[in-house]
Design a protein around this ligand. Structure first.
Ligand code: PMP
Length: 347
């Protein structure tokens, strides 16, 4: 029969109805949710582009603005856990090499410091044992010392059971042109927090604690200061940035090559591949000699043509991690040096 070709048989659980026991969720979350919320989860599925869907999404944003006490336009519910919002905040705000200050008095600060470190930020930490808290004087001292672009504080430190004071911290951050990021996953809805009044620039929470919804949506809000920083970043995460970067570096390289008196093999700029630039072999030079010279004296690989283009071109590739104007300058300097030193042959 047909099914004999299936080497993974259907699991027995597929043949049984789903069983979920009732539990008293008196831990640090998720918590039991109200019958109204449970019933909402059983409503029919509609299309993501249906008008009712937009209305529901707008209602959700309004609800988050109310819960956060903010009028920020950039307020939304992310699909994911609290960690999703945590990573979203740090990843969108901070660029590699920028300084970040993280208050650690439990596991959540440690987690944020780890995320920022993996992203290539310069991470400074303010550390207390679990249960400890930071005075505004201590915070100001560190911010003035490290000049971070972002300061992270956990409002509800669920690993230690501490509600951290927030008043005045936003003012300190503004004084030093730093953004104030607060984790309220375990506290929002349980302990007063007023995003706008307390000058919090980025605030996120989770759905499965005091907000009393199932896990899997993470409300987050960015104010205008935070949006400014995000929209003006020089490096942008994502594919479009990679395209732009390759194009910009290639144009820089092309200009430099022409300034050296070299001719580009593809005349039409719009038809040039940004990752691999082909240079017409300059008249009177032996291309193998040029390449060998750069390898020997500059430890740099460039190559000749391939197949039918052998003897017609030299190829310079600046791709991915290598794609920078710094490296383009290195390539140009090596070529200039090779052109100067490699003997001219009869054309
Ligand atoms: N921050 C705090 C303060 C938390 O208590 C939690 C969850 N325990 C998180 C972040 C992470 O949230 P999630 O488990 O939804 O990823």
């Amino acid at each position: 029969s047909c099914s004999s070709s299936l080497h993974v048989p259907p699991p027995a659980c597929m043949l049984r109805p789903l069983e979920v026991p009732y539990r008293y969720l008196f831990g640090p979350g998720p918590s039991n949710v109200s019958p109204r919320v449970l019933a909402a989860g059983g409503r029919p599925i509609i299309g993501h582009l249906h008008p009712e869907m937009y209305e529901i999404m707008n209602d959700i944003k309004e609800g988050i603005r109310y819960a956060f006490q903010t009028t920020n336009l950039m307020t939304l519910a992310m699909s994911g856990s609290g960690h999703t919002a945590m990573e979203c905040a740090v990843f969108n705000i901070v660029e590699p090499g920028e300084s970040v200050l993280v208050a650690i008095n439990g596991v959540w600060g440690e987690r944020v410091a780890e995320i920022a470190d993996r992203m290539g930020a310069k991470v400074h930490t303010l550390v207390k044992a679990p249960g400890g808290y930071f005075t505004n004087e201590e915070i100001e001292k560190e911010i003035s010392k490290h000049k971070p672009v972002l300061f992270f504080l956990t409002h509800g430190e669920s690993s230690a059971g501490l509600a951290h004071p927030v008043d005045g911290v936003g003012d300190i951050c503004r004084k030093y042109n730093c953004l104030f990021l607060v984790d309220s996953v375990a506290s929002l809805g349980a302990s007063p927090l007023l995003m706008d009044k307390q000058k919090i620039d980025i605030l996120y929470t989770g759905s499965q604690k005091a907000l009393n919804a199932p896990p899997g949506t993470a409300p987050i809000s960015f104010n205008d200061r935070a949006c400014q920083k995000m929209f003006n970043r020089k490096t942008k995460p994502g594919l479009e940035n990679s395209w732009r970067q390759h194009r910009e570096v290639a144009e820089y390289l092309w200009k430099g090559l022409e300034d050296l008196g070299l001719k580009l093999f593809i005349k039409d700029k719009d038809l040039r591949l940004p990752s691999v630039t082909t240079i017409a072999i300059p008249e009177g030079y032996n291309w193998k000699e040029l390449l060998a010279y750069m390898m020997k004296h500059h430890q740099m690989e460039m190559t000749g043509g391939l197949g039918p283009s052998i003897g017609m071109v030299m190829r310079v590739g600046l791709m991915g991690y290598n794609c920078s104007t710094f490296n383009a300058d290195k390539a140009l300097a090596a070529l200039a040096d090779a052109l100067k030193h490699c003997k001219k042959h009869k054309a």
